[in-house]
Design a protein around this ligand. Structure first.
Ligand code: AHR
Length: 501
């Protein structure tokens, strides 16, 4: 049987402009993200700073605009001062969030250098777990103040004459979670976040600040947490964060692929809560969203219970992703694009080795996981204006969701490149999907390319020995008929239909 879906888009009916930072990512001092991931001085490809150039090349291809750093849970116990200045004087610390040893060979300055090398910008987090406003004002003085003060001159003495001018700062990480070092109630966090924001802006008024929202949709304190935190911080911050990971622990793929519907609800509720606080404050400012951790994460949960504690760079959170994971990642990207009017930043968590699109072998190769591809396509082709997707699709019910459309899709109009790109997932595990996209408002249009990521086996993965098991091909069958795109989307497939206007 063939499922059916119709989509209508009009170039004048717009969601909003895509902020390129929607395609951000994340590097935490966790597992082999830094040590053995981006940094491995003994690796044959390492540059003079010890950064792996093979990894850099794969990151550059993704065109990642912003990378969040240094955590994550890690940041809530971090002393940033440990990781600046002469390498030989840097202390080794017990890292309590992930029970490893942190050698501090990479810190703020090296990370900023790495960012420049891969054409990205850092998004820094400050420690509001064990520390607070004092540490944050010192860190921003060190990082962003030109010179003539204790902390800025210290940076200069470390060889960094120019300030880093880091623009975006996260006020802590997942402070609602009992697993967090120094977890807080919403009132406690709201107060410390507001006071920290205040002094950070006094040092550098040009920065943007992100307050911590809930760690995931089903946190018992959601969405009261957002309301209370924003009551305290509305005047001081620009964004509220969202984090969400999904898994297929029950091996119920139909239900697994429906989970981005939950993400839609999450986004909708956070926007509503932010707008409620704006109304309550009689404020002019909209608080936008930073979805600064999102991905599939569950494959490695069991293996991680056997990690030996207090080692440096253990293989932790090393999910090996399959095709269905890539499809859900595609659905999650579409969910965020559909609210590009309010989601201005997002970070695929994470970038290398730790729940990541890029994997490495210590001393060996770097390779691309299945999820690399939807992220790559969205980052390369999902720039411009998101058009409101009006969709009529056949639907199904799953364990946790009803009326799940087989088609998940959105269209982005890149006015500069004269291109429209349709991102579409067929969630059906058994049937192809007959898709029609009415694009009449564009007049004459032609299919440039129809990329497809698919595989007979939903559980197919890429590995170091078989890195090309699941890769996209350009053999999709989209055609134009009277201003309408017609395509038969294969069962369980990710599709990128690129049109030239
Ligand atoms: O990305 C892995 C972890 O997930 C982060 O450290 C934390 O913020 C979240 O719980």
């Amino acid at each position: 049987m063939t499922a059916r879906a119709k989509m209508i888009v009009d170039k004048d009916y717009q969601v909003g402009q895509v902020d390129p930072r929607l395609y951000g990512s994340f590097i935490e001092h966790l597992g082999r993200a830094v040590y053995g991931g981006i940094y491995e001085p003994e690796h044959p490809s390492a540059d003079d700073q010890g950064f792996r150039t093979d990894v850099m090349e794969l990151v550059r291809q993704l065109n990642v605009p912003v990378v969040r750093y240094p955590g994550g849970n890690f940041v809530s116990g971090y002393n940033w001062e440990d990781a600046v200045g002469p390498l030989a004087e840097r202390p080794r610390r017990l890292e309590l969030a992930w029970r490893s040893t942190e050698p501090n060979h990479v810190g703020l300055n090296e990370f900023v250098d790495w960012c420049r090398k891969v054409n990205t910008s850092p998004m820094m987090a400050v420690n509001l777990g064990t520390r607070g406003a004092d540490e944050a004002r010192q860190l921003i003085e060190y990082s962003n103040h030109p010179s003539g003060s204790y902390w800025s001159d210290l940076r200069i003495s470390h060889g960094y004459q120019q300030p880093h001018n880091i623009k975006t700062w996260c006020l802590g990480n997942e402070m609602d979670g009992p697993w967090q070092i120094g977890a807080k109630t919403a009132h406690e966090y709201g107060r410390i976040a507001a006071e920290t924001a205040k002094v950070m802006r006094w040092v550098d008024p040009s920065i943007e600040l992100v307050a911590c929202g809930s760690s995931f949709l089903t946190m018992p304190t959601f969405p009261d947490w957002e309301a209370t935190v924003l009551e305290h911080t509305y005047d001081h911050v620009d964004y509220i964060s969202l984090h969400q990971y999904y898994g297929n622990r029950d091996q119920d793929s139909a239900n697994f692929l429906a989970q981005s519907i939950g993400m839609d609800q999450f986004i909708h509720t956070v926007i509503s809560t932010a707008d409620f606080i704006q109304a309550k404050k009689r404020g002019k400012k909209k608080i936008n969203l930073s979805f600064d951790e999102w991905n599939v994460w569950y494959h490695s949960n069991e293996a991680d219970t056997h990690i030996e504690p207090w080692t440096v760079g253990p293989p932790q959170l090393e999910d090996v992703y399959n095709l269905e994971d890539a499809l859900l990642v595609g659905c999650m990207l579409i969910s965020m694009l559909k609210r590009a009017d309010r989601i201005k930043m997002a970070c695929l968590a994470q970038l290398v080795n730790v729940i990541a699109p890029i994997m490495t072998v210590n001393g060996g190769a770097a390779w691309k996981q299945t999820i690399y591809y939807p992220y790559l396509h969205a980052s390369l082709f999902g720039r411009g204006t998101v058009l409101i997707p009006l969709i009529h699709s056949d639907k199904y019910d799953s364990k946790d969701y009803t009326d799940v459309p087989y088609l998940e899709a959105v269209a982005v109009h890149d006015e500069e490149a004269d291109e429209v790109t349709i991102f579409a997932v067929n969630r059906s595990l058994t049937d192809s999907l007959s898709l029609q996209v009415d694009l009449r408002s564009f007049g004459s249009i032609r299919v440039h390319e129809h990329l497809v990521l698919e595989h007979d086996d939903l559980k197919a993965t890429n590995t170091v020995n078989q890195p090309d098991q699941v890769t996209p091909h350009s053999g999709g069958n989209a055609v134009i008929n009277n201003g309408t795109v017609e395509a038969l989307l294969g069962k369980a497939s990710w599709n990128v239909i690129r049109l030239k206007v």
